[in-house]
Design a protein around this ligand. Structure first.
Ligand code: ZN
Length: 426
């Protein structure tokens, strides 16, 4: 394994976090009327084609009845046109532009423009005017990259679904009509056994076809689909897996067979648990492992653990943090303030769910000269703490809250925790 790999994965996790947060902010924006413009430009689109259409749309605004909406749409278009001047061609993955007069609460509105260079290539061109921004094409990019097929089976029933990142998605089940082992009186034993085997075979065939069909229908099967996990009692699962019942493309992606007790929908979670080792490379396993390390340190006497923003921040500043653990659910910002009169400055953390409104922040007075402080800047707390961590060579892990220990990081420890190199007393 290359040294660079974990770093790349961490960067990837951070980028995803940033991207997700930007989408959440845009999601919260609303216009008074249908005046928010969404513009998707794929990488191969000519910028002048786009500007031509925008100029056209500008002209057509004359048909908009409401004067206010008309004015707002026209300002948005002008604003986009002004920004597009800086582009000779779209960026590598294309661009998404969100522009319009958004409501800020009260009677206040503001013309806002956001340009996003998406993490994956955009494959559509779209111009839309609506009361909200159209985010679905970008949201799709947030879906987890690795997908596994899950299948649990015994002779009575089978269930299949997906594991997407950390999330189990049940799809559907099949039940069999295979008769029990006990034959009814009057039936010939040989004939009964033969019928039973035929029924089992038919059942396996049906399961194989349906599960294969579901897995193969997965978008980007050949890129994203990492493998299939099969669970069930022995020898059913072995019999099924070696019997050629799955489509050959699915069959060759079977990662392993695992013992599970349930073969209904509940069996899928049991299967994922049983397959932990096989899924070692996956995020949830890594995140779980690091959370468990943190929890072990926490309960150990004089253990190397810290949690809560204040304590972790101090440990970061002294270079005592080995691994910084941040919940992907954190929505906070660090506000920097400075006194306009003297050299005093001050920082505070505020909640930033749906974006920070700097106008609503309580401004303290300078303790030295009793002048109201001025806001000097805002940084997302994950970014800010990550920078601090980088300065002392600490590792950073963004932990999702899709599993018990991950949810605990957010709920019990304020979303910020650390495994320490040594104890500091903070
Ligand atoms: Zn001052």
């Amino acid at each position: 394994m290359g040294e660079a790999e974990p770093q790349q994965e961490m960067d990837e996790a951070r980028r995803r976090y940033e991207f997700k947060k930007t989408l959440e902010k845009l999601e919260a924006k609303e216009g008074m009327g249908t005046e928010l413009i969404t513009l998707y430009i794929p990488p191969d689109k000519q910028i002048y084609d786009v500007t031509n259409q925008l100029k056209d749309e500008f002209g057509q605004c004359a048909n908009i009845k409401s004067k206010q909406t008309r004015t707002n749409v026209q300002s948005a278009i002008s604003s986009i046109l002004a920004r597009l001047k800086y582009y000779k061609r779209p960026p590598q993955h294309g661009m998404a532009v969100f522009c319009g007069t958004v409501l800020l609460g009260g009677d206040r509105t503001d013309l806002e423009c956001t340009i996003i260079e998406p993490p994956e290539p955009l494959n559509l061109y779209m111009y839309r005017c609506s009361s909200r921004f159209e985010l679905d094409p970008l949201r799709e990019m947030l879906t987890e990259k690795s997908v596994y097929g899950l299948l649990v089976i015994d002779r009575r029933e089978a269930y299949f679904g997906f594991l997407r990142g950390n999330r189990i998605e049940p799809v559907s089940g099949v039940t069999s009509t295979v008769p029990g082992k006990q034959r009814k009186g009057g039936q010939s034993s040989v004939r009964f056994q033969r019928l039973r085997l035929i029924a089992i075979n038919e059942f396996y065939k049906k399961v194989g076809e349906r599960a294969s069909g579901t897995f193969l229908a997965e978008k980007d099967f050949f890129e994203r689909f990492k493998g299939v996990l099969i669970g069930g009692p022995s020898p059913t699962k072995e019999e099924f897996a070696s019997g050629g019942f799955l489509h050959h493309e699915v069959q060759k992606r079977v990662i392993g067979l695992f013992d599970v007790a349930y073969t209904n929908e509940d069996g899928l979670a049991e299967l994922v648990d049983a397959a932990q080792d096989a899924l070692k490379g996956m995020d949830i396993v890594k995140e779980k492992a690091v959370m468990n390390r943190f929890l072990q340190e926490l309960v150990r006497e004089n253990g190397n653990a810290a949690y809560g923003e204040e304590s972790v921040r101090k440990n970061l500043e002294t270079g005592a943090v080995d691994t910084l653990l941040l919940s992907s659910h954190l929505r906070k910002s660090r506000i920097r303030m400075k006194c306009p009169n003297c050299t005093h400055h001050h920082e505070a953390t505020v909640t930033s769910e749906g974006g920070v409104d700097l106008k609503t922040i309580e401004i303290p007075f300078c303790p030295s000269c009793v002048t109201p402080m001025a806001i000097a800047g805002e940084t997302d707390i994950v970014e800010e703490l990550t920078q601090l961590a980088d300065q002392s060579g600490s590792k950073v892990m963004i932990i999702s809250d899709d599993f018990e220990e991950g949810a605990m990081l957010y709920n019990a420890f304020g979303g910020i925790a650390a495994i320490l190199r040594y104890r500091t007393g903070y």
